[in-house]
Design a protein around this ligand. Sequence first.
Ligand SMILES: [Zn+2]
Length: 116
Amino acid sequence: MSLWDKIRGWFGSSGSTDEEDGSAFYLYIACERCTDLVAVRINRQSDLAQRFDTNTQSVSGYELHKGVVDQRCFRPIEVVMTFDAGQRELSREIIGGRFMTREEFQAARAAPSESS
Ligand SMILES: [Zn+2]
């Protein structure tokens, strides 16, 4: 098995390792240019930045800025998300790609490549 196959295997595994849990969640992204698929694991501890309310001196919410690069055209995709103080999602934006649901992502993964 080549290194490339190993790398693809990490992203392509369909086991239970990509289940969401309390400390992390997944974003499913399709590149806008080449339509390559990328699953990005977001660690709530290390990837989310706190936003402080200067009036109350407490955490008012969280935000995420994540650069994503797919494996086909290597064009950077930028993800910006905001969360409330309980880390519930408030908004999400993406530049250079589009968000997919987990179901869309897995269906696209399973489908044969449409090269014709
Ligand atoms: Zn791409």
